[in-house]
Design a protein around this ligand. Structure first.
Ligand SMILES: [Zn+2]
Length: 306
């Protein structure tokens, strides 16, 4: 299956997927000719991928996104390409420990992939996973459960025993329905428990305008948050906003300065059109250069009211 032999299925939206307001600022179209997803290339719809920022809540969203079944099919095919283990999660564990002290805690990791974070957080208490695909290398501790599905599914099948800590690292940019996701996150968390979210931050985006931000050039990223959009949805679901801090993406946390990547990024920004043409000639089209060492993510801690 490649770009020539399968037909992408697109869903078009004109209202904010988070607050449902249709007042928006249009941000132009993504500067890509093709999406790259795992080993595949996907041709965008005829009008390209238009972007907008919700005038009511501040969420940035794509007006054309892959349909859920189409994305699920590709994810199942490409799972081995999509997550590269090798991160220690020390910063994330520090946040969990700061909240829980030394006490045992039940932990649910949303989008657990191969269970990398659950293994890093080994200890007393249930260690559970929620994901659309059960990865072969996922292991759960005694009493832990695997919840099959997406965090924005209207109905999740699970034990009904909520968690002290629910983590969603690099998940909320993938959801189709932020409201359903937040409702589930709230239900999965016990009163007084915390939700730790890591996601991109459009206020700290390394490219302006946003249509040139590599983060939105990902096929599987449908939306992008900022502090305003997070605060708005937390408020709607009666979750207390404990903290928001800027950070690098977890896999870029230890990246060292790379002058070649910096030069590439500036060539792209000087003339995206010429850069794209050179990409096509050089047969490396699809990727969007990113500013090295960018601090363009945020870590958000929410607490469910006791
Ligand atoms: Zn909105």
């Amino acid at each position: 299956m490649d770009a020539l032999t399968f037909v992408p299925e697109w869903y078009f939206q004109e209202t904010c997927p988070s607050c449902r307001d249709n007042a928006k600022v249009r941000l132009g179209r993504l500067s890509i000719d093709n999406y790259v997803f795992g080993t595949r290339r996907i041709v965008p719809p005829a009008g390209g991928i238009p972007l907008a920022r919700c005038a009511a809540c501040g969420l940035t969203y794509k007006l054309a996104i892959p349909t859920p079944p189409f994305l699920r099919r590709l994810t199942a095919l490409e799972q081995s390409e999509l997550w590269l283990p090798g991160y220690d999660f020390a910063a994330e564990l520090a946040v969990v420990h700061a909240h829980c002290g030394g006490a045992a805690y039940d932990l649910l990791d949303v989008g657990a992939a191969g269970g990398e974070f659950l293994r890093a957080a080994a200890g007393e208490g249930r260690r559970s996973a929620l994901d659309i695909v059960r990865f072969d290398r996922l292991t759960l501790s005694a009493g832990g459960e695997f919840i099959a599905g997406s965090i924005d599914d209207p109905e999740l099948h699970w034990s009904g025993e909520p968690y002290d800590v629910v983590t969603a690292f690099d998940i909320l940019e993938h959801v189709y329905s932020p409201s359903a996701a937040m409702e589930n996150l709230r239900t999965l968390t016990r009163p007084g428990g915390i939700i730790i979210i890591e996601t991109g931050d459009t206020d700290a985006a390394s490219a302006n305008p946003l249509q040139y931000w590599y983060y939105l050039a990902y096929f599987e990223h449908h939306i992008a948050w900022n502090a305003q959009a997070i605060a708005a949805i937390a408020h709607r679901f009666e979750l207390d906003l404990v903290s928001i801090e800027r950070k690098r993406h977890k896999l870029a946390a230890k990246e060292i300065f790379d002058p070649e990547a910096l030069a590439k990024y500036h060539c792209f920004r000087l003339s995206p059109r010429i850069y794209r043409t050179l990409q096509r000639w050089g047969r490396f089209d699809g990727s969007t250069p990113s500013l090295p060492n960018a601090t363009d993510h945020m870590r958000v801690v929410l607490r469910r009211r006791p």
